[in-house]
Design a protein around this ligand. Structure first.
Ligand SMILES: Nc1nc2c(ncn2[C@@H]2O[C@H](COP(=O)(O)OP(=O)(O)OP(=O)(O)O)[C@@H](O)[C@H]2O)c(=O)[nH]1
Length: 212
């Protein structure tokens, strides 16, 4: 008997400042391990995660781990090409890395949009929550507001060290990508189609992913 399993291959970007934990999040997600030692990524690195999405769908995530220092280079346009989703990561113990989030998001939206001009789905990850939980608790309301203003579909506190919320964040991103595929979206250069701000009904429909 022939299998009717559907397969999706999605290119996902993992971006954010130096040392915020991008490589560690991917390592935890794909290889189920964690190392406390820091080795800066040079350029870009890749990993593949295969998900049994439901009984008849397999999702392959091609994760592009882009070095933090690349925001200051001119290769991001090349790396972003044909991505359909992104994680933007910051380190809850270093406020400067949160300040850089808006810059990463701007960089992303200025270089990559889907065919109907909508930005690719992006989820914000507040990483190293094993270290900064108490400092961060008071910011939940502000984070929801920040995400709406900057066009993130959701945000999660994560820890690559303690394996917190990484699977959940990924499922949220994938479900948004699958939902947006119904709009026949193909990534194109924004020179052809100008980026648009997500309309509020689109954001509201994502609110299930926002933490309360
Ligand atoms: N406590 C804690 N440490 C973490 C966590 N995630 C990453 N780290 C540590 O933070 C440091 C930097 O992690 P990386 O994953 O290399 O960071 P990166 O964002 O890939 O860095 P670049 O390659 O420079 O862009 C390493 O020493 C990790 O062990 C976490 O969730 N909790």
């Amino acid at each position: 008997m022939q299998s009717h399993q559907k397969e999706h291959l999605y290119k996902i970007l993992v971006i954010g400042d130096l040392g915020v934990g991008k490589t560690s999040i991917i390592k935890r997600y794909v290889h189920q391990n964690f190392s406390p030692h820091y080795r800066a990524t040079i350029g870009v690195d890749f990993a593949l995660k295969v998900l049994s999405w439901d009984s008849d769908t397999v999702v392959r995530l091609q994760l592009w781990d882009i070095a933090g220092q690349e925001r200051f280079g001119n290769m991001t346009r090349v790396y972003y090409r044909e991505a359909v989703g992104a994680f933007i990561v910051f380190d809850v113990t270093r406020p400067a890395t949160f300040e850089a989030v808006a810059k990463w998001k701007e960089d992303l939206d200025s270089k990559l949009t889907l065919a109907n001009g909508v930005p690719v789905s992006a989820v914000l990850l507040a990483n190293k929550c094993d270290q900064g939980k108490d400092n961060f608790k008071n910011h939940f309301t502000k984070m929801d507001q920040f995400c709406k203003e900057h066009g993130f579909v959701a945000w999660y506190e994560t820890s690559a060290k303690e394996n917190i919320n990484i699977d959940e964040a990924s499922r949220c991103l994938v479900s948004h990508i699958i939902a947006s595929e119904s709009d026949q979206m193909q990534p194109v250069e924004p020179d052809i189609v100008k980026p648009q701000i997500l309309n509020s009904s689109k954001i509201a429909s994502c609110s299930a992913c926002f933490k309360s």
